[in-house]
Design a protein around this ligand. Structure first.
Ligand code: SF4
Ligand code: SF4
Ligand code: SF4
Length: 371
């Protein structure tokens, strides 16, 4: 079992209470050796329990308000191809058919929320940070779009919104940071019908994983993936199949990414500084261009509106004129009709004088006789 609700809220109090120091510490974490936050949270994926239902993908899409996928979540044939997370999909489940077994094996893939993340150490503007909760979080307002994080990540996770021309962002699983700060489970963990996903403190999850491997040595490979890989991750895995057969890299070693890169970066401080200035300058120019494009677009809209307004005024005036002419024509038609009728009546009277009753021919009334 994962963490209890009571334990969870206890941990939450401590986490929220230290939000101020968190920000400072997280920044520091990206630049020097850092061994992870004690008591941070994570998820244990028990691959042997996963049935490949893709409910976790559905929940992730919903809780993150992502666009609907091209093919529905209940279409399991998408797993005929190996997939990776992309801009609109923070997690995917891949199927691995096993030649010696009837049933395939399913593996959920998302950000592993490394304890000492390569993406964080590669991000010189600190748009990516390791949070005290365990989540590696992203601040789009700081991102300059260099995409070094994508190159640095050994698990091929961060994606980029190439389809978004004006405000593209790097996207990846957030460990549902907003939900866990709100006392909720990550969306994927909450929905998983097989409890293939367990949320808890990283330390507790390692204990659970060890216990399962010990209790069922015939079922599990004796390896907790993410316990030590690249210095350790907050997302952990246990499996009934060797990880190498499931497309999971076992060649990463246990040295955290910042330690691997710090020597090289320290050796070229001037280049790095200049590179930062260069990239920041490019970003500023790019932002300025975006602003100019937006201004020009706004001016174009104004011009179009003005010309449309003039065209409309002219059309309304023409319509009014036309209505006036039509009204006058209708009046003329009615007058002509009345005149024609009168002329017709006159012609009839002339050809038949009896039809015209003069006063002398009118019979006398009693009153007239008495006069
Ligand atoms: S919801 Fe659970 S069982 Fe279903 S695919 Fe995701 S991890 Fe596997
Ligand atoms: S898995 Fe990749 S994106 Fe996620 S924290 Fe690690 S290095 Fe960063
Ligand atoms: S933790 Fe949240 S963001 Fe990450 S895969 Fe699960 S639902 Fe998606």
């Amino acid at each position: 079992m994962g963490i209890t609700r009571r334990q969870f809220f206890g941990w939450m109090g401590a986490a929220i209470g230290s939000q101020v120091s968190l920000h400072k510490d997280a920044n520091a974490a990206s630049n020097k050796h850092f061994t992870g936050y004690p008591g941070s949270m994570g998820v244990l994926h028990d691959i042997s329990q996963c049935i490949g239902c893709r409910k976790c993908e559905t929940a992730c899409n919903k809780v993150n308000s992502l666009l609907p996928p091209e093919r529905p979540f209940d279409d399991l044939s998408v797993m005929d191809q190996k997939r990776r997370p992309h801009a609109n999909t923070y997690t995917i489940v891949n199927r691995f058919d096993q030649p010696d077994r009837q049933l395939p094996v399913f593996v959920k893939k998302q950000c592993n929320h490394c304890k000492e993340p390569a993406c964080v150490s590669a991000c010189f503007v600190k748009a990516l940070k390791k949070s005290k909760t365990g989540a590696v979080v992203y601040d789009d307002s700081l991102c300059v779009g260099c995409r070094y994080c994508m190159i640095a990540c050994p698990f091929d996770i961060p994606a980029y919104e190439y389809d978004n021309p004006f405000t593209p962002e790097v996207t990846k699983c957030t460990l549902c940071q907003p939900r866990i700060l709100n006392g909720q489970l990550p969306g994927c963990v909450e929905i998983c019908p097989k409890e293939a996903l367990t949320f808890g403190t990283r330390d507790e999850l390692i204990q659970i994983a060890r216990q399962r491997i010990k209790n069922y040595p015939d079922r599990y490979v004796n390896h907790i993936y993410g316990e030590h890989e690249m210095g350790g991750c907050n997302w952990l895995y246990i499996s009934n199949t060797p990880f190498a057969d499931l497309g999971m890299r076992e060649d990463l070693g246990i040295t955290p990414a910042p330690q691997l890169t710090s020597g090289a970066l320290a050796a070229v401080p001037v280049v790095v500084s200049l590179w930062v200035v260069f990239i920041t300058g490019i970003h500023a120019i790019s932002k300025r261009k975006e602003q100019m494009a937006a201004d020009e677009k706004q001016a174009d809209v104004g011009r179009v509106l003005k010309s449309e307004q003039a065209r409309l005024t002219e059309t309304v005036a023409k319509l009014k004129e036309k209505a006036k002419e039509e009204k006058e024509a209708a009046v003329k038609r009615e007058v002509k009709k009345a005149l024609d009728e009168a002329a017709k009546q006159a012609r009839k009277t002339v050809s038949d004088p009896k039809a015209l009753k003069t006063p002398s021919e009118t019979p006398h009334t009693e009153n007239q006789e008495s006069e």
